[in-house]
Design a protein around this ligand. Structure first.
Ligand code: C5P
Length: 404
């Protein structure tokens, strides 16, 4: 999901030899689509896996492969390239290149560039599982981390060689997310955020049930924005068809009761609770164990409903509640009901979805209700809005020392 975090950033994308070079074509597309400038530098080995012509076409800039490139008038590519960069990203980073970096070697353009840099360096390892587990590689990775280099991944799973294990490169989308995360201001660093998102599903029988309309997009966007702001994020999700945001711990639940129990198990550790889920207010008293048969003779089924626990109100009622944020979707008169709902739920901040209900859409417009009054945020896509809301929440947090 490419969004605006990287707009205007200038990245040197260093490629070393490995089959994962094919993923860099897609990564380059995601980065440039997000508005980043991508200057590709390839080692000789990388050019064996994908051509500089392909990378030039995707990045829209000439690719550098040699220290002795006659196009650079002062012959100082190793200095000039990193001086313009906001970061150097090495992807894929081979075993050999990690070893070189750990020892400060500088025997080709890319390694020299890394040693001569004055900007952050991120590496995205890609290698066979034995190469990754090799004690020398592990020593080198520990050294790189100690030197302040960010190591993104690796992933685990089937490898090009046919083996299965740790060492494969993160997928292009996950690499994009990790880079975007690196550039986000860490306004929630050290904070733990617990969120609920999506609908809940309350069974009537094993095949039927009642639910609320909610795509989960806003809650997932908030989880992603909180993670990128440096928080440790635990997302309790009802049934939704969405990918887990990178770096977020996700727990799937079905019913309001499950969601309530999951939240209550984890809330003691949370500094912030954001209840975005559209929790079903009622469930049937006794769901049928067997599928309710539809027969000509049988009368229409009737159900008795009981109330579900109000998760947000329960969190707000705790003796030491986290900073609790509610959401409200109304079909009318939000401006009247919003503040009334905030007071009833006893939360410091309640976010109202303005205008027509926006289930499943990517755009939204919200209004924030708090003791001091109501403030509208401009209409935007849900990810932009989520980032803005995280900034607003961070501004309102009490001192860490006072929270717990
Ligand atoms: O009362 P209403 O459902 O409109 O309130 C919405 C807010 O309360 C949301 O933040 C929602 O996640 C939360 N909520 C809850 N448990 C419920 C019902 C709503 O946490 N049973």
């Amino acid at each position: 999901m490419a969004t605006a975090e990287l707009a205007g950033k200038h990245l040197v994308l260093g490629m070393t030899g490995g089959i994962a070079c094919y993923k860099i074509a897609e990564l380059t597309r995601l980065l440039t689509k997000a508005g980043a400038t991508v200057q590709v530098v390839m080692t000789e080995a990388a050019t064996q896996f994908i051509t500089p012509v392909t990378m030039q076409a995707l990045s829209g800039r000439p690719v550098y492969t040699s220290q002795w490139d006659a196009r650079v008038p002062n012959n100082m590519a190793h200095i000039d390239l990193s001086r313009e960069a906001d970061a150097i990203v090495i992807a894929p980073a081979s075993t050999d290149f990690l070893a070189k970096l750990a020892h400060g070697m500088a025997d080709d353009l890319l390694s020299t560039l890394c040693v001569a840099r004055d900007c952050p360096l991120l590496v995205v390892p890609a290698m066979n599982r034995q190469m990754w587990q090799n004690p020398a590689t592990q020593r080198n990775v520990t050294q790189l981390r100690a030197d302040g280099i960010d190591v993104l991944g690796p992933d685990s799973g089937p490898q090009a060689c046919g083996e299965v294990g740790d060492g494969r490169m993160l997928e292009a989308a996950a690499t994009y997310e990790a880079i975007a995360s690196f550039f986000s201001p860490k306004i929630l660093s050290g904070r733990r955020v617990l969120l609920t998102a999506g609908p809940t599903f309350e069974p009537l029988d094993p095949v039927r049930g009642i639910t609320n309309r909610s795509s989960g997009k806003m809650g997932f966007a908030l989880a992603r924005a909180a993670q990128q702001a440096g928080a440790e994020v635990h997302l309790v999700a009802g049934p939704v068809a969405l990918e887990t945001p990178w770096g977020v711990f996700r727990e799937d639940v079905q019913t309001a009761q499950h969601m309530h129990d999951a939240v209550m198990r984890s809330v003691a550790d949370a500094d912030i609770f954001i209840g975005v889920a559209a929790v079903a207010d009622w469930r049937v008293d006794h769901a049928s164990e067997h599928k309710i048969k539809k027969t000509a003779e049988r009368a229409l089924p009737t159900f008795t409903f009981v109330e579900n626990p109000d998760i947000l109100a329960a969190v707000a009622k705790l003796p030491h509640p986290p900073f609790a944020v509610g959401f409200a979707a109304e079909s009318g008169d939000l401006e009247v009901h919003g503040e009334e709902k905030r007071v009833r739920k006893n939360v410091p901040l309640l976010i109202g979805n303005l205008g027509p209900l926006t289930f499943g859409l990517d755009d939204n417009e919200v209004i924030m209700f708090e003791a001091g009054g109501a403030t509208k945020l401009p209409r935007a896509d849900k990810q932009t809005l989520a980032r803005a809301l995280i900034v607003e929440i961070a501004k309102r947090l009490p001192d860490t020392s006072l929270i717990r």
